[in-house]
Design a protein around this ligand. Structure first.
Ligand SMILES: [Zn+2]
Length: 293
């Protein structure tokens, strides 16, 4: 079974269906230092070379920042999976990212990185045009947000974790939790902010088109809802630091009033679900990732 990231509205057509046959040019990257032992299963970083030359910049961005290695290492610091799980950056011929449970693998499509680079390079009304480096950094942060969403699908599958709500919402919560706790440690909130901005920008594009019943029937929340959910978790994690989200009118007061409790509840739920599966043989067992340079 394949669990994908996205999305309602205008991207839906572009995101349906994706073959999982390995493409030529597969490069497995050496096991990360957090890999438990050469014989134990692990999250294994893999880069494939895209045939589409238009994706070269996206490929270079991920490779130069060692993003796939960092993602795999973050997972390996927390878990020894029951089977090897590849974390693969590759051409998918669609803008997407997904987890495939049959041959356990997390696929991060170069098309998604390419899409995000262009999304963040597009100037917003009343804001100076971002330079290419800023746009790339935002794209990297958003890609990490997407990766932890997919890692959530992987963990639910590998450890048969229970969830009573929609899985897509649950793994958005895990992504927010990892990004926020990492930000607190590193005093750098750029990844969670890029993730929130991504949902904000995608939902602005979607707002140009009418919603139809497929959008409401989808197992993903609407992009605008994902935008507010992520913002609510950030605000709920530290309402003093993020008060401007409410005082400047971005997060409605009625939702904000519940965010501290929402964040604490989902944090407690994920911690309780994952605790029995966390590695105990490393000094710092909690999953975290370094900010891409
Ligand atoms: Zn998903």
């Amino acid at each position: 079974m394949k669990r994908a990231l996205l999305v309602s509205g205008f991207l839906t057509a572009a995101l349906s269906g994706c073959g999982i046959t390995p493409l030529p040019g597969v490069v497995a990257v050496k096991a990360s230092p957090a890999s438990p032992s050469p014989s134990a299963a692990a999250f294994v970083p893999v880069y494939e070379t895209p045939e589409n030359k238009d994706l070269a910049a996206a490929e270079n961005l991920l490779r130069e920042n060692r993003l796939v290695q960092r993602w795999a290492e973050a997972a390996n610091q927390g878990f020894v999976p029951p089977r090897n799980v590849s974390v693969t950056a590759r051409q998918c011929d669609e803008i997407n990212a997904f987890y495939n449970s049959e041959d356990p693998s997390i696929t991060m499509c170069y098309e998604m990185a390419d899409y995000l680079r262009k999304l963040f390079a597009t100037p917003e009304k009343g804001v100076p045009k971002p330079d290419a480096k800023e746009a790339d950094e935002s794209a990297l942060g958003a890609m990490s947000g997407i990766y932890f969403h997919e890692l959530g699908h992987a963990l639910i599958d590998l450890y048969d974790l229970p969830a009573t709500g929609r899985e897509e919402d649950a793994v958005d919560q895990l992504s927010a939790l990892v990004l926020i706790t990492t930000a607190e440690k590193q005093k750098d909130y750029s990844q969670i902010i890029s993730t929130i901005e991504t949902w904000g920008r995608i939902s602005q594009e979607e707002a140009k088109l009418p919603l139809d019943q497929r959008d409401f029937a989808d197992d993903h929340s609407l992009s605008r809802q994902r935008y507010y959910n992520m913002m609510c978790y950030l605000y709920g994690s530290n309402h003093n630091a993020f008060l401007p989200l409410v005082s400047e009118g971005e997060l409605p007061v009625a939702r904000a009033a519940r965010c501290e409790e929402e964040y604490a509840k989902m944090s407690r739920a994920w911690t309780r679900l994952l605790e029995p599966h966390l590695r105990t043989d490393l000094p710092s067992p909690s999953p975290s990732t370094a900010r891409p340079s």
